[in-house]
Ligand binder design. Structure first.
Ligand code: AMP
Ligand code: GLY
Length: 414
């Protein structure tokens, strides 16, 4: 089958490699793609916020399957436009993408489906915000209701900071603070069935020991040796299956990747947020571990045919470390020259924000590369990822040195 993958980051590089490795994929097109992806797929320039451009490209190449990476085209309804033309799409409709597009909508669906999440109040006036902040008390959790490119959430014990953020948003969700480790658990759904992937953990803060500003994600690892043994089954029963059933009952079935951001609290699992697409950088550890052929899997999801599928995993661990440009996340420096990559067995280097100029590879985004090491356990996977990333130079760039460190130490101690 001919596949069109939309997006240009490390996530798309990992997905692209997975799709390409499946013998069912006869040709892979990626738009816009990046220099890493162009080594194995045909890249096409386009504006991903234009549904018309995506549809035109899918028709031009005769795509049998379109896989949408980022949230913006999904929230814009590109999946609906493609399905109208009878093209199979892995990615939710505009209506279903509201699970990421609107926090209030996600809360309503969770409430109807009986899915455990933080108690919350949606506010539109100053008075409502003040009341809600006092109801929950510190630490305050204040979320912009709409898509905010990862900048919409403020968690703080400073009431003024919380209030100021609330006022800066049109509609805001103020909620209970959840205590417990965070886990990302993805489900692949065809609208009726949903397959839970194994969990991953990502690292959102820019610097070691979880300090510094929030980022898109500085690293990730999977599996989680410390997590409860029933986490997949429990999340399937309490979160994924009821969400899919509720979306279907509403007449807006969810077809695509449902990303559950979870807190494992003393009272059980709670949903922090949903996204409607593969997470970045979790995808860069999950796809290299997934044995199930990816193109066939996503095609089955896109064509209501998942019921008999079981996911198979390598019995290995993966750790990914993000190389970020100087100044990331606030003011990333673009244009720095990236050195050649080392060749290390069981290491995959994904391009996230790179471009080619006359001189070679240069940084073009805040997150530049995502370096994944695979090993028999987290310690071995970390060693490989860090050995590789330490041999790549980009002036001013930085990376966290503690990705999966605590989990690796705990695993060794067992
Ligand atoms: P979100 O964009 O909703 O994932 O929020 C970004 C980050 O804020 C999450 O990864 C959590 O670390 C934190 N966060 C969001 N909601 C809560 C909550 N109710 N309690 C504690 N931390 C939260
Ligand atoms: N890893 C966080 C995200 O993809 O939003």
């Amino acid at each position: 089958m001919k596949i069109l993958l939309v997006g240009s980051g490390g996530r798309e590089h990992a997905l692209g490699l997975g799709l390409y490795a499946d013998p069912a994929c006869s040709s892979l097109h990626v738009a816009p793609g990046n220099p890493g992806i162009s080594e194995f797929a045909q890249c096409h320039q386009l504006d991903i916020s234009s549904n018309a451009e995506i549809v035109a490209l899918a028709l031009k190449i005769g795509a049998d399957l379109v896989v949408i990476g980022p949230e913006v085209p999904l929230v814009n309804g590109v999946a609906d436009d493609l399905r109208r033309l009878k093209i199979a799409v892995f990615g939710p409709s505009k209506a279903a993408a509201q699970l990421e597009g609107s926090k209030t909508f996600a809360k309503e669906v969770m409430s109807d489906a009986g899915v455990p999440t933080a108690h919350s109040i949606t506010c539109t006036t100053q008075e409502e915000c003040e009341k809600a902040l006092d109801t929950f008390g510190p630490p305050y959790v204040v979320k912009d209701d709409g898509l905010a490119g990862g900048k919409g959430v403020v968690v703080t014990s400073n009431r003024k900071e919380a209030f100021d953020h609330a006022l800066a948003c049109k509609r805001v969700v103020i909620e209970e603070y959840l205590v417990g480790p965070e886990v990302s658990l993805f489900g692949i759904s065809d609208g009726t069935s949903i397959l839970a992937m194994q969990p991953a953990q990502d690292f959102k803060r820019a610097s070691d020991n979880d300090v510094g500003p929030n980022t898109g994600g500085m690293g990730a690892y999977s599996p989680l040796p410390w997590a409860p043994s029933d986490i997949i089954e429990d999340t399937y029963k309490q979160v994924l299956a009821p969400m899919i059933a509720e979306m279907s009952a509403r007449g807006t079935p969810f077809i695509g990747l449902l990303y559950a951001g979870l807190a494992l609290t003393d009272h059980g699992v709670r949903v922090i947020e949903f996204n409607v697409r593969f997470g970045d950088p979790e995808t860069q550890v999950l796809i290299p571990l997934l044995k199930t052929p990816l193109a066939t899997l996503l095609y089955k999801a896109a064509t209501a045919d998942l019921a008999d599928t079981v996911l198979e995993w390598r019995d290995d661990s993966a750790v990914t470390v993000v190389l970020a440009a100087e100044g990331y996340p606030h003011a990333p420096q673009r244009g720095g020259q990236i050195s050649e990559f080392p060749t290390i067995e069981n290491v995959q280097i994904f391009h996230a924000g790179t471009t080619l100029n006359g001189k070679g590879l240069i940084a073009s985004g805040g997150r530049v590369l995502s370096v994944t090491g695979i090993g028999a356990d987290l310690t071995e996977a970390r060693d490989r990822a860090y050995r590789a990333i330490s041999q790549i130079s980009l002036p001013g760039s930085f990376y966290r040195s503690d990705i999966a460190l605590n989990a690796a130490v705990a695993e060794k101690g067992n």
